[in-house]
Design a protein around this ligand. Structure first.
Ligand SMILES: Nc1ncnc2c1ncn2[C@@H]1O[C@H](COP(=O)(O)OP(=O)(O)OP(=O)(O)O)[C@@H](O)[C@H]1O
Length: 325
């Protein structure tokens, strides 16, 4: 659906060269919610803006809906962009236009008649839960309502791809959750492919199917969120399950991280280890998170007893991932 092929982007500032993207290869599959996570300056905005050509890559290609968008210009680019909606951190609404007029704006540009615009705006208002707000101005809306207008406007041209540029970063946690729920709902009901950039782990946790972690213009990890979260040594798991590095194993004990991606497994494992291998299990730290429809967890444990090696082997051979420190 969206393919980034060896994308490099270099900005020139006087004598200085800033390498914002350094050989990015990614594949966003149709119908998924794909998150790009990274710290400030990692290159996230540059990357997402390459999809609709708000930024031209210095080299490499971007394919959207099977079409190489990087080679398009003029009318062909405008038509391709119609299939790609975008929402922004600060909503980018026109303050002098009502909600209905903001949503109708892209429809005016593509030449819808007044009657068709009215019907489409009503449909979009209902879709984002803003019935009754057609005549309000942006200044009269809450942040969450403004983003709903942004989403309705982005969907006006009936895109099959939605780009989200830190769309919830300016919102409080509860509003963030409701906007993410709306995005998930649109993704499921309309089969909308969503590419979002964020610096918030909570966003990835709540709605992303896949994730790429960007660092200094390079992808340093990518994959399915639940797979990465259940690998003890992935960067994503390190973020999901912060570890304490203060534990010094007591003599004769082994310090290990045990990860799992199946909640029913967790309940009995430490009891099983104790009974089966006659070892002591001291849980030092750990938690369980909901990731998509899976419960994923990690525990740091201290193991003591003669059969610790056998217990670790048992874990390795079952549905746990284990890292011994
Ligand atoms: N128009 C520009 N001219 C020069 N340098 C730029 C330009 N846009 C971005 N950069 C630089 O490119 C790098 C990547 O910036 P980008 O905005 O893509 O990162 P980001 O991960 O989105 O950061 P943030 O989360 O702070 O928005 C940074 O070093 C930034 O300073």
């Amino acid at each position: 659906m969206i393919e980034f092929i060896d994308i490099r982007k270099i900005y020139h500032q006087g004598e200085h060269k800033i390498v914002a993207l350094d050989g990015v290869n990614l594949h966003v599959k149709a119908g998924e919610i794909f998150g790009v996570l990274g710290q400030s300056g990692a290159g996230k905005s540059t990357l997402i803006r390459c999809v609709n050509q708000l930024e031209k890559p210095s080299s490499g290609y971007v394919r959207v809906n099977g079409q190489e968008i990087t080679s398009l210009s003029g009318v062909a680019l405008r038509q391709a962009r119609q299939r790609i909606g975008m929402i922004f951190q600060h909503f980018n609404l026109l303050s002098c236009r009502t909600v209905a007029e903001n949503i109708a704006f892209p429809l005016e540009v593509i030449g819808y008649s007044k009657l068709r615009r009215k019907a489409k705006v009503e449909e979009l208002l209902a879709l984002v839960g803003l019935e009754g707000k057609a005549n309000a101005y942006p200044a009269q809306l809450s942040g969450g309502q403004k983003q709903r207008v942004g989403i309705a406007r982005a969907l006006a041209g009936e895109p099959n791809v939605l780009l989200s540029d830190e769309a919830t970063s300016a919102l409080d946690p509860q509003t963030t959750r409701s906007i993410l729920e709306l995005l998930r709902d649109l993704n499921q009901r309309m089969g909308l492919t969503i590419l979002l950039i964020t610096h918030e782990m909570g966003v990835v946790k709540q709605i992303c199917d896949s994730v790429a972690i960007l660092h200094a213009g390079k992808v340093v990890e990518q994959g399915s969120v639940s797979d990465l979260a259940s690998q003890p040594d992935s960067l994503l798991a390190r973020e999901f399950f912060p570890r304490s590095h203060n534990y010094i194993p007591r003599p004769g004990t082994v310090l290990a991280t045990v990860a799992f991606a199946n909640e029913s497994a967790r309940n009995s494992i430490f009891t099983t280890l104790t009974r089966r291998f006659d070892i002591d299990v001291n849980i030092l730290n750990g938690s369980v998170e909901t990731v998509g429809d899976r419960r994923v967890g990690q525990f740091q444990v201290e193991l003591a007893g003669i059969k610790v090696t056998q217990a670790l082997e048992y874990l390795h051979n079952s549905e746990y991932a284990v890292e011994v420190h």
